[in-house]
Ligand binder design. Sequence first.
Ligand code: PEP
Ligand code: MG
Length: 570
Amino acid sequence: MLKGIGVSGGYGMGHAVVVKRADLSYVKKEECHPDTEHRRFSEALECFYNRNTELAKSVKDTLGEKESEIITGHVMIMKDPYMLSEINKKIDEGKCAEEALEEVCDSFIDMLSSANDEFTVQRAVDVRDIKTEILSLLTGAEQVDVSNLKEGTVLVAHELTPSMTAGIDRKKVVGIITELGSGTSHAAILARAMEIPAVLGAPDATKEIKSDDIVVADGNSGDVIINPDADKKELYTRKKIEYIERRKALLRFKGMPTRTKDGIKADLFCNIGTADDAETVAKYDGEGIGLFRTEFLFMDRSGVPDENEQFEAYKKVLLVMKEKPVIIRTLDIGGDKDIPYLGLTKEENPFLGFRAVRYCLKHTEIFKTQLKALVRASGYGKLSIMIPLVTGVEELREVRKMVEDIMRELEKQSVPYDKDLKVGVMIETPSAAIIADILAGEADFFSIGTNDLTGYTLAVDRGNANVAYLYSVFAPSVLRTIKNIISEAKRAGIPVGMCGEAAADPMLIPLLISFGLDEFSVSASSVLSTRREISRWDKARADEIANRIMELKTERDVVEALGKIVNDTV
Ligand code: PEP
Ligand code: MG
């Protein structure tokens, strides 16, 4: 068995087709003729543009706009004037087209992959994919035709570029296994959109698996089973049938209101990272946006987006969501999210450092621009502003004062905005949780950020594998903290939501219902399963469970007891 990362759910069992790595080697000639090399490069480029433009069109029709942007993104990168001029300069110096392309792409890859944020690192992967594709055009390396495979194929490759993935015929390919890639790589995003079970990052897959082996790609656990025996085959056939039935059963919840078994209504919102994600939310039936992580607007570029650019992005989300609520979080940088052009200094303890609202309140020119774009956008829908990493009420007061000043300024200029614009806080630090009563007296709403709250409460760095065993929202300390936050919000009569990952956890949901959480904000793909989980419990049963669980003394006891209750309840 091989182990990789399950990035696209489901079980794909079939005959392996192992795609060998193309031979992209070429001879570095001492002196090349620039005219010939310019011509070769522009022919290859032309072919690359045409092929990907066609592919983007067909992806747009079959999978959607957002997926097709992955392919058009590659075309755009290769139209970058700076990149093209660097390649042409090297050809003028006497290098062959292959070498010129490789050197320039490699320098971009080095620069992009040293960034700390996932977005920029993903651009490095894009440039590597582009390099491979154009090199294979220049060297005439054999292109694997993934559009013409036998039915029931499990595709096994070292790595799949987005254009290869998008070219897959989903009627024929039942599973994907690659040696490289992660859950956020474009191949993973496309595999999910195509609903093909996929395991990426399975080391040595192309060596261990031979073409025509029977293989199983378990896209949930990341397991890869090679030549399963009869029992295993039966097991995976059953799992596959059950999985498909579960997915179908979930569709029943599309278009339904979100409420408990006894009819208590909850809001089911989504977390997004870009303005375009709002369309996915609408597609998955999200009832609003509970968290728009605006820092992604600031990443992957060389300077701060100006007021108008931000205004357009926020307005777009509001227009897509029509009159549904949209909670936009102000810039949350620092910690593990670096933005190189902001020049953040390296810190000993970045998670306890100069980040989020702390940075914004000291860089008021950047913050004011964002707040102004937000207040202007508020005229186009139901927008609320949310402040990250609050530790004291002073931060909320300062932000509110800035928002009020902006409102007065806009008033004078007769620019429309929502006079009822709400300002809320994320509760994700122990300090905010402990003074939840004080904050609830001044904030318009709370949203619990369990990702950070769990880390800070347990003093566990959320990205440190050595202490990952301690990181759990089910630790009694974290559960008590969550309960306290919700009850203080209720006492003050303000709405309280949760936008950390835990909001979609089936084991936490009965407790959240008992505590009285008003709003669950989850990733778009978890909307229907969260709606189903909420509908499984009535308040009396949820209270019974919570009373029992809150008596337990260790995380292990909590997880064991909740696991049993949740699995045994139909
Ligand atoms: C959180 O901390 O729970 C949260 C939602 O914010 P982020 O994951 O962006 O830090
Ligand atoms: Mg956070």
